[in-house]
Design a protein around this ligand. Structure first.
Ligand code: ATP
Ligand code: MG
Length: 468
């Protein structure tokens, strides 16, 4: 919308400038023409009157008035009548120069004693003491004088004999010619403002029409990404063609993703479940075997197999899509951990706080964090929890002072059933699933789980959760 407004203003300014320039040059042209026109008329009137003997002149003047020469008022006065000049502008000077030039051209020489001025018709005096507007004649009723902005009157006076001044007053045809042109008038500004207002209203509706489906799409995509428990319905197909096609594509993708997840879960638990029965059968059978080394080894293997199947079922449940999202008070959660582990004889240090609740699956998150804490306690010592809460992310660091993990194994330990040699030797009974389960859970929340060896010694496991 900002771009649109800027565009409109720019277009307006450019077109206004162009238009203004065209108008200006036309005005100047017209001014020249008008000066010439008036100069010719005045010069010929003057020559005409002068060509008559004095005693006839008043008859001619009467004639002039009667013939409806409405644009000129002609009279003869005994003396020069003072005129209050108006329009002191450069343009007026140009006009007067043009005017004088034209008279010279017409008569062939300069007119001795010619005085020309512009006057306000409402103030102009035609005879001594008599104002133009007080004249009862037709001339004074000329509509141009009555306009809101009356056209200026061009007054030319020239001595034509002893004690005789010829007085000619002519109305300018175009009233606005002499006034300084204004680049931006109030009318124009108002016009643009109205246009802008209408444009803004219309474009607001349009932008909303365009973006509302996009917002819905964004929220649907977010839910699909983090919260499968949310009632994932197909998007409504509406809006512009592109948006409609995007919605259709999204619906198709969502359906496929959901089906994939469902299939994977079902298959995973089916396989692990189905494995349990034959394993149990095998164990029973091996119990019946005569005591031997092979029997003992077989039982150990079967136990391991059993643990793995249990772990696999666990792993399948870890991303538990059947838990719904709640606002989790992370500070409280962390304190619970502290208390629980204290009971088991480990003191956990806590630093930092979460500023806001986090929206996630409480049990799953609890499980992810406790897997990391268990590892830290088990493989390290001096466990510490650091909370770092920013506008966009919530970071939970589980830090210990153990041996850490060899750099080249940092990725590997995330794989299911992977345990490092050292921990195997300790025969801790872990299945090697803790980290993969934790990572599944964190991924399901749209976050990431990172392992890093600390300078000195120890491991830092970071759960980084996006705040949406
Ligand atoms: N804080 C740590 N310090 C050193 N090594 C670690 C740490 N955390 C994990 N490891 C190594 O990574 C391996 C994988 O850890 P993971 O939690 O996935 O499995 P586990 O702890 O062996 O078994 P489970 O957690 O399933 O009982 C561990 O066996 C251990 O060797
Ligand atoms: Mg573990």
């Amino acid at each position: 919308m900002m771009f649109m407004v800027a565009g409109l203003l720019l277009a307006f300014l450019v077109s206004n400038t162009l238009w203004f320039n065209v108008l200006e040059s036309r005005r100047i042209e017209q001014g020249k023409e008008m000066a010439r026109d008036m100069a010719y008329s005045i010069a010929s009137t003057m020559e005409f009157i002068r060509s008559y003997p004095r005693e006839y002149r008043h008859i001619i003047l009467n004639q002039f008035r009667d013939m409806g020469g409405s644009r000129y008022l002609v009279s003869i006065n005994a003396e020069y009548i003072d005129v209050d000049p108006i329009y002191e502008s450069e343009r007026k000077q140009t006009f007067l120069e043009d005017f004088n030039g034209a008279i010279e051209e017409k008569i062939g020489s300069r007119l001795e004693g010619l005085k020309v001025e512009f006057a306000d018709p409402l103030e102009l005096r035609v005879y001594n003491g008599v104002k133009l507007v007080d004249l009862p004649e037709r001339w004074a009723q000329n509509s141009l004088i009555r306009e809101p902005e009356p056209a200026p009157v061009l007054v030319a006076q020239v001595p034509i004999g002893e004690g005789e001044w010829l007085y000619l007053a002519g109305l300018l045809r175009e009233p606005y010619y002499l006034s300084e042109a204004r680049y931006l008038s109030a009318d124009q500004v108002l016009f643009v403002l109205i246009m802008l207002a209408i444009l803004l209203v219309v474009s607001w509706f349009m932008v909303r029409w365009l973006t509302r489906p996009l917002m819905k799409l964004a929220s649907a995509a977010r839910h699909l990404g983090t919260d499968l428990e949310y009632d994932l319905k197909p998007l409504q197909v509406e809006g512009s063609r592109e948006v409609r096609e995007t919605a259709i594509a999204f619906n198709f993708m969502q359906e496929r993703v959901l089906r994939f997840i469902e299939d994977r879960e079902r298959m995973f638990s089916a396989i692990s479940h189905d494995l349990k029965t034959p394993i149990t059968r095998l164990r029973l059978r091996s119990e019946l075997m005569p005591e031997s080394d092979v029997k003992r080894k077989m039982i150990v293997d079967l136990e391991e197999l059993d643990a793995m199947v249990k772990g696999a079922l666990d792993l399948g449940k870890s991303t538990d899509i059947h838990e719904s999202i709640h606002a989790i008070n992370i500070n409280q959660l962390v304190r619970t951990f502290k208390d629980e582990f204290k009971l088991m004889g480990t003191d956990i240090e806590i630093r930092g706080i979460a500023r806001r609740p986090f929206f996630g699956k409480p049990l799953a998150l609890k499980r992810a964090i406790s897997n990391l804490i268990n590892n830290a306690i088990f493989y390290g010592k001096d466990v510490r929890l650091d909370l770092v809460d920013t506008r966009s992310e919530l970071k939970i660091y589980v830090v210990d002072k153990g041996p850490g993990i060899p750099e080249e194994k940092l990725e590997k330990v995330f794989d299911p059933y992977v345990r490092l040699e050292s921990s195997r030797n300790r025969n801790t009974g872990g299945a090697g699933l803790g980290l993969s389960i934790a990572r599944n859970i964190v991924h399901a929340h749209g976050g990431r789980l990172q392992l890093r060896n600390r300078v000195g010694s120890g491991l830092e496991a970071a759960i980084i959760l996006p705040r949406i």
